[in-house]
Design a protein around this ligand. Sequence first.
Ligand code: IPE
Ligand code: IPE
Ligand code: MG
Length: 240
Amino acid sequence: MSFKEKIDLTRLPAHVAVIMDGNGRWAKERGYDRIFGHQNGVVSVREVTEGAAEIGIKYLTLYAFSTENWGRPQQEVDALMELLVDTIEKETPTLNNNNIRLLAIGDIQRLPDKSAEKLKNCIETTSGNSGLSLVLALSYSARWEISNAIKNIAADVQSGKVATNEINDALISSYLTTNGIPDPDLLIRTSGEQRISNFLLWQIAYSELYFTQIHWPDFRKEAFFEAICDYQQRERRFGK
Ligand code: IPE
Ligand code: IPE
Ligand code: MG
């Protein structure tokens, strides 16, 4: 029986978030440049997105580029940005055919103009789709997001739009870039590292964590379905 057949479609996670890690190591093990790993990682992005849409998951968030990743060698940053633009452009018709809506979270203004523009186009073109929402975290970090939220809350308190005693979990959530998106039920990290690397810190308060040794370019549909099966074995308690 395949992992896909084992999935209970009545108990799917509404939101799966993925830290796509290990492209560089995958390439190095094969004697290639890190960029080759990123290129092959795109195939996994396509497969996992397709897999999520196939079984009816509503939200898939992919950590594609962190705030800290700006500190990588310029050549790698440029290659990643170019890959992003190319992929988004090439995949827009497929997203539409599969009723997938693209969203982005992160400091998009920091992206090169061309990348930001292509991203905006794809988001607009797919905005009417009602199937899977594919959320790309780009130039994203949770501390950046939380700092911004605090700045905006402070401004709204100062202007009288928000009263201090109205600040609670729900209000804070509504100031984050994920406003309107349910918190992840499942967080997957590939390639063996057991850390969060500044991803969705507020939102993963009660997420189930799943770590696998598989490098991202080797993480394909069945590996994704295996993670969903593992999630379905867990007992979630939410402190109760
Ligand atoms: C993940 O793979 C992709 C990005 C962070 C953009 P890495 O590039 O981090 O690969 P490793 O972790 O060095 O193997
Ligand atoms: C996390 O991976 C960021 C993304 C997957 C985009 P990193 O490779 O940047 O994280 P660290 O440096 O291992 O913590
Ligand atoms: Mg890494």
